[in-house]
Ligand binder design. Structure first.
Ligand code: NAD
Ligand code: TDX
Length: 340
């Protein structure tokens, strides 16, 4: 039986990962360590509470004593580190917590993984560590790191720490760098859920800059199947890019959302650009495709529809969030949504 420490498992991707694993595997015991920041939500995991292969612990990955205790008590054999501060705009408002959680927290996990001789440490990274592309080209695993935001700089730092632990101590570290995820349970500060919810409420949809920035979108369950494969078969010291070759301009996604919801384009509002806004991300996933026969199953337009329907059906989930204190704080800080 693998005993996996999943960190950040109450967030968007982590909660989808835990449900996927508990649904299809009975040879994996999961300890979910999550600080329950504004982005962590135990409602995401309501179906898992009674599962005999699952336990939740509220706590911070920066807390070395707690992390040590968990590795010892649960005889952890594997780590999947999703825990992070994950929103670029928040990192622009204040970077300290990003470096604390994403870098120091990852280092605490790596140190303990070394002491307890884990069999695999999967670091969940992002394509944003590569920086921004021009019109052409794709990020490959060999593309030099060129992070542009405090968020991506903290993620790139964590990647380097993880690779250093492999090089220096032979820790079996594997890194995944995935493109933009979307799907159920994504916190409504990220582009797709924010636009769906604003449109449902007939509120303005704030588009940064000219709306022509490009992201490469992947449905969350396609990402998580890749993570499971890397957990099983990833080669220590290696990096695997994960993406679904679905490049889209932000404005085109927003128009698709408005169309499906039968809402007018007049809800679109062009606002001041994000400082340092990366223009284009696009990822080459050939390595994971060739080595592990992974391929994405979901087409963007179909899975976007599925996602929109999920937010329509799960209004209680997001209403509790948007009426809560955590978003009020963020909104009061983010005063720079100047309409242009
Ligand atoms: P999220 O913000 O939805 O969830 C993050 C989770 O981590 C939350 O449950 C939060 O409570 C927890 N957390 C934060 N700080 C913690 C700490 N100090 N200790 C313990 N738990 C803590 O993020 P997400 O979108 O699910 O992203 C998960 C991971 O995937 C992140 O590492 C992110 O960098 C990476 N990633 C995300 C995307 C994307 O499009 N969302 C794409 C590529 C990579
Ligand atoms: O209100 C908005 N208006 C807007 O135009 C928001 C929230 C975003 N945008 C733009 C900015 C980006 O070009 O949409 C694009 C996507 O923005 P986000 O959803 O904030 O994602 P991004 O900045 O691309 O980062 C995401 O992908 C990589 C995740 O948040 C990261 O955690 C992940 O690593």
């Amino acid at each position: 039986m693998k005993k996996i420490l999943v960190t950040g498992g109450a967030g968007f991707i982590g909660s989808n990962f835990i449900k996927h694993i508990l649904h299809c595997r009975d040879d994996i015991f999961i300890v979910n360590l999550d600080k329950l920041t504004y982005a962590g939500n135990l409602e995401n995991l309501i179906d898992c509470v009674d599962n005999k292969n699952y336990v939740f612990i509220k706590g911070d990955i920066v807390n070395d004593e707690l992390v040590k205790y968990i590795f010892g008590k649960y005889e952890i054999t594997h780590v999947v580190n999703f825990a992070a501060e994950s929103h670029v705009d928040r990192s622009i408002l204040g970077s300290e917590i990003f470096f604390r959680t994403n870098v120091i927290g990852t280092n605490v996990l790596l140190e303990n993984a070394k002491v307890f001789n884990v069999e695999k440490f999967v670091q969940i990274s992002t394509d944003e560590v590569y920086g921004s592309l021009g019109k052409d080209g794709l990020f490959k695993e060999t593309t030099p790191l060129h992070p542009n935001s405090p968020y991506s700089a903290s993620k790139a730092s964590a990647d380097l720490a993880a690779l250093a632990f492999h090089h220096t101590y032979n820790l079996p570290v594997v890194i995944t760098r995935c493109s933009n995820n979307y799907g159920p349970y994504q916190f409504p500060e990220k582009l797709i859920p924010l636009m769906i919810i604003n449109a449902l409420n007939d509120k303005k949809l704030p588009v940064y800059g000219d709306g022509k920035n490009i992201r490469d979108w992947i449905f969350v369950s396609d990402h998580n199947i890749a993570v499971e494969l890397v957990l099983e078969r990833g080669k220590p010291g290696e990096v695997y890019n994960v993406g679904a070759s679905s490049e889209m301009k932000n404005i085109d996604i927003i128009k698709l959302i408005l169309e499906q919801l039968n809402k007018p384009d007049s809800l679109i509002e062009f606002v001041k650009d994000r400082p340092g806004h990366d223009r284009r991300y696009a990822i080459d996933s050939n390595k994971i495709k060739i080595e592990f026969d992974w391929k994405p199953s979901f087409k963007f337009q179909d899975a976007l529809k599925e996602t929109i329907n999920w937010y329509i059906k799960n209004q209680n989930w997001w209403e509790r969030i948007i009426s809560g204190d955590y978003l009020q704080y963020y909104k009061s800080q983010y005063t720079d949504r100047t309409v242009i």
